[in-house]
Design a protein. Structure first.
Length: 289
């Protein structure tokens, strides 16, 4: 996947690719959704990069990587030599040093990405949650650069499996993304997190924010979600994915569910079709920040 650096341009560029993030409470199916959408885009001939920002790093398993190979993956945030090379600062070196805020990360996929199949790569981002490790400015800067300061070519898409909780919004990793899919189950706690995530996504100028309700068992669950959102004056574009026991049989890899006839396949194909139409729409200019 060939990418160029935003810092090569003085004012603004026209990005030809697409950036998609999936957020929500832990355990609601974010990783599964990213894996399935990545498989679908790769199957359409797009060059898909699945970026795993969740510290549990389960995306590799969902994409069919063996447990033995998945355990060998070293996340980008743990590659100290690369971080210093790109940002000019040693991880945990403290405040006061010079730091490149828009490092050239055009080589990150080639050097650290895992090729899953011809059109699908995986990049484990890792986390900056390390107790007593000093200033985490360099790690955060690198992760932010990978998400925001690489220019996607026509047919490229980044799909980010975010960590549970709102920290990635605070770090601005998803600013100016094309689409945010907020995933929830039809429970009060998951919907509460989803509502907050949608608000934070809009504050980051993400162009489209949509709600995906997973593990839906019937019309009663759909009504529960609509009632919850109306209580806060919200009426988001919502997709309902039905509960399916197929995932229990195929876990941890999930791609084979796309070959099984049923309501889940029909629903995920509908969601994918709408995202595909967004990808084909006109992409506005992305300002340098």
């Amino acid at each position: 996947m060939k990418m160029s650096n935003l810092s090569e341009h003085k004012n603004e560029i026209v990005e030809q690719g697409f950036r998609l993030a999936v957020a929500g409470k832990g355990g609601v199916g974010k990783t599964t959704l990213v894996a399935l959408l990545a498989e679908l885009f790769a199957g359409r001939g797009c060059r898909a990069l699945a970026a795993d920002e969740d510290p549990q790093m389960n995306l590799a398993l969902s994409l069919g990587v063996s447990l033995e190979e998945a355990e060998k993956i070293v996340p980008l945030s743990a590659n100290k030599i690369y971080i210093e090379e790109k940002t000019g600062a040693k991880p945990g070196s403290g405040w006061g040093g010079l730091l490149r805020l828009n490092p050239d990360v055009s080589d990150v996929v080639r050097r650290f990405g895992m090729q899953i199949k011809p059109n699908l790569s995986l990049l484990a981002m890792g986390t900056v949650e390390q107790a007593a490790s000093g200033c985490l400015c360099s790690e955060n800067t690198l992760l932010k650069a990978v998400m925001r300061f690489i220019v996607l070519k026509h047919g490229d898409i980044i799909l980010v499996d975010t960590q549970a909780g709102p920290e990635h919004f605070g770090r601005g990793l998803l600013k100016d993304f094309s689409l945010l899919l907020v995933v929830a189950e039809p429970t009060a706690t998951a919907l509460h997190v989803a509502r907050k995530s949608m608000t934070l996504g809009q504050q980051l100028s993400i162009r489209d924010v949509k709600l995906v309700i997973n593990k839906v068992r019937g019309k009663e669950d759909e009504n529960k979600v609509e009632t919850f959102m109306k209580r806060f004056g919200l009426k988001p574009v919502t997709y309902f994915l039905p509960y399916s026991e197929d995932f229990l049989a195929m876990e941890p890899g999930v791609a084979s569910v796309l070959n099984r006839e049923g309501e889940f396949r029909k629903a995920i194909q509908g969601l994918f079709g709408d995202i595909e139409r967004l990808c084909q729409g006109k992409t506005p200019k992305v300002p340098l920040t």
